[in-house]
Design a protein around this ligand. Structure first.
Ligand code: URA
Length: 199
């Protein structure tokens, strides 16, 4: 099966199993993920906001525009990457995703990653980062790639995680903006395995 069909299957599973029915009920639609199913790099945000809920695609609002700018700064665009969120329905009033919601969607996120097999997983913000690196502070580890081992359907996988601040944090904060751009600069080296990960 192609990666694109595997992803379609995972999306159908979420719908068929009615994951987080309360969230689903009040959202416009499922925001599963978009981009290149054969990408070397996958970006993971928190949960869809208003624009994403309406359009059915992740990061299409102001944060998405800054993400596009960061991608361009390293010579990439959306067609090179895959992008998704931990929680795949918009939480009411943009509240933070609840632990139980993150837990419910995690197996599907892992399945997406196991299908795409990216060289690098970029986590955007603390919610996303802590799904892979629990207990670590984004302020301490942003920009520092980590290697983790996870078991997906009984298979042990090694993933490289690059934790970044959430682009929304940089929208009105100039120093956060330059920190993010600096951290982002290591993406090409990570993709080409040209980066020595110390941990
Ligand atoms: N913020 C996120 O975390 N995800 C989106 O899709 C949009 C904004």
């Amino acid at each position: 099966m192609s990666t694109a069909s595997t992803l379609d299957q995972i999306k159908a599973d979420i719908l068929n199993k009615n994951i987080c029915p309360e969230l689903a009920k009040q959202a416009t639609q499922l925001v599963f993920g978009s981009g290149n199913p054969n990408a070397d790099v996958v970006f993971i945000g928190e949960a869809p906001g208003k624009n994403e809920d309406l359009k059915g695609e992740p990061f299409v609002g102001a944060s998405g525009r800054f993400l596009d700018e960061m991608l361009a700064s390293v010579g990439l665009d959306r067609s090179d990457i895959y992008i998704t969120n931990i929680v795949k329905y918009r939480p009411p009033n943009n509240r933070d995703p609840l632990p139980v919601e993150k837990q419910a969607f995690l197996p599907y996120l892992y399945a997406q990653l196991a299908a795409i097999k990216p060289k690098v997983i970029v986590t955007l913000g603390r919610h996303s980062t802590n799904c892979f690196l629990p207990g670590l502070q984004i302020s301490q580890i942003h920009g520092q790639p980590k290697r983790i081992r996870v078991k997906v359907h009984g298979t042990e996988l090694t993933w490289v995680i690059l934790p970044l601040y959430h682009p929304a944090a940089a929208l009105y904060n100039g120093s956060m903006r330059s920190t993010l751009l600096d951290d982002f600069a290591s993406v090409p080296a990570l993709i080409s395995n040209d980066y020595k990960i110390t941990l």
